[in-house]
Design a binder for this molecule. Structure first.
Ligand SMILES: Cc1cc2nc3c(=O)[nH]c(=O)nc-3n(C[C@H](O)[C@H](O)[C@H](O)COP(=O)(O)OP(=O)(O)OC[C@H]3O[C@@H](n4cnc5c(N)ncnc54)[C@H](O)[C@@H]3O)c2cc1C
Length: 395
């Protein structure tokens, strides 16, 4: 069997695509990552990686590379955004690491992307193809051909669509699928952690819940900076992760919030935003020799902080399936899709539900707070065992 026949094409060199390239490359599979940009995009801000993701990265040797730039929060603290009262605290840090055998980390997206890119560059069998925007695909019973916007072509044994939320590969293999604007906008900013008041100076993830909006913040860049994200109802349908954002429009949505929350919002500048989208679960993620992964297959709203983690899990599972059924990529892709679909759909649904709970108002808000205040720390973490305890590969 020649290299050309075994080559796996990956459309999209984001977090999922690069993780899949590392996982396949470590098994000696020839891989080409087709990325429309020049790789190394610094755009973005914070990413949270639950133990389910860090365990998978550890099997690829990437966890050690990101740890210096990452932060290990001690807990997730939940606050009521209007009163400023702490409602609950879910332990992370050593307790989560002991429970799940892997750490909960927060870091800048660009640091994760850079570590994955560096790992790809150490692998002889991984080719990085910048400026390759996949606009069309052809497949027959032996191969797949990817067509670049400029007209060039590359062929491989199969193709993985890791081209994110606005996936072209999804449009080509599942043209009926339609992204739906979720009616909300996320805005992000980075602040220095020097001199921040309590509780924003704490070594924790902070989650502030309020009517039609919430705030989340956590340290990144090894603890030097605080990433803050404000999610508010409304906004326009806009494509892309890096839209300009008007700080006064963001602040106006938090007018009725407590002083501490308004203060930290005022300190932040350089806000960028992105519109939130949902995709009703797809019936299948593959068509012959082409399969989807990550946001292309199952975008998750940010309320569960699992977008990057699920893409990483997909990548590891996909590589293992292709490795164990080498020579039969259609069967491998089918097995991968079948094994991941239920879990990803559960996360999509739960994330949507969390968003509804975060943004409750009136009596329902008070009822939510009542329940959260009575929840034990142990129960707080236990309900996430199915999520964080997941092993993409057996130990
Ligand atoms: C620039 C950027 C900034 C982001 N910022 C944040 C953030 O601040 N906070 C957050 O929580 N999440 C952010 N995300 C989303 C988050 O990284 C993803 O939701 C998650 O990691 C899932 O990974 P993925 O591999 O499925 O998709 P992504 O990581 O989004 O990667 C998709 C990749 O495919 C490439 N691509 C798209 N179309 C094509 C095509 N036709 N041909 C070739 N390549 C293509 C894109 O350039 C991108 O590199 C950002 C994503 C991007 C691309």
């Amino acid at each position: 069997m020649t290299d050309r026949k075994r080559r796996v094409l990956i459309a999209g060199g984001g977090i999922g695509g690069l993780t899949a390239a590392v996982a396949l490359g470590r098994h000696g599979h020839p891989v080409s990552v087709l990325e429309r940009s020049a790789f190394g995009d610094e755009t973005g801000a914070g990413i949270q990686l639950g133990p389910n993701a860090t365990r998978a990265l550890s099997t690829l040797g990437v966890l050690e590379a990101i740890e210096p730039a990452a932060f290990k929060p001690e807990s997730i603290r939940l606050f009521d955004g209007l009163s400023g009262k702490q409602l609950a605290s879910v332990p992370l840090g050593a307790q989560a690491e002991m429970r799940y055998g892997a750490p909960y980390l927060t870091l800048h997206r660009a640091d994760l992307q850079a570590a994955l890119l560096a790992a790809c560059k150490t692998l002889r069998t991984v080719d990085l193809e910048p400026d390759f925007e996949v606009v069309n695909l052809r497949q027959n019973e032996r191969r797949v051909v990817a067509v670049n916007v400029g007209g060039g072509e590359l062929e491989g044994e199969c193709l993985i669509g890791a081209d994110g939320l606005w996936s072209t590969v999804r449009r080509l293999i599942a043209p009926q699928a339609r992204l739906q604007f979720a009616g909300a906008t996320a805005s992000r900013a980075l602040l220095s952690r020097d001199g921040l008041p309590s509780p924003f100076d704490a070594a924790t993830v902070g989650l502030w819940l309020g009517p039609r909006a919430h705030l989340v913040h956590y340290p990144v860049r090894g603890g030097k900076q605080l990433n803050i994200v404000a999610v508010t109802h409304g906004g326009a349908e806009r494509q892309g992760w890096d839209q300009s954002s008007d700080p006064s429009a963001i602040l106006s949505q938090f007018e009725t919030w407590c002083g501490a929350a308004k203060d930290v919002l005022q300190r932040a500048n350089g806000w960028r935003s992105w519109s939130l989208y949902r995709l009703p679960p797809l019936r299948g993620w593959h068509d012959g020799r082409i399969a989807l992964m990550g946001d292309a297959a199952h975008p998750v709203l940010p309320y569960l902080a699992q977008g990057a983690a699920l893409a990483i899990e997909d990548a590891v599972t996909l590589a293992a399936a292709l490795d164990s059924q080498s020579g039969n990529p259609e069967a491998a892709l089918s097995r991968y899709a079948a094994s991941r679909h239920g879990r990803a759909t559960r996360a999509q649904r739960l994330s949507h539900r969390f968003g509804q709970i975060y943004h409750l108002s009136g009596l329902l808000r008070l009822a939510r707070n009542f329940v959260l205040e009575r929840q034990s720390k142990e129960k707080g973490l236990k309900r996430f065992d199915w999520l964080y305890g997941f092993r993409a590969l057996p130990d």
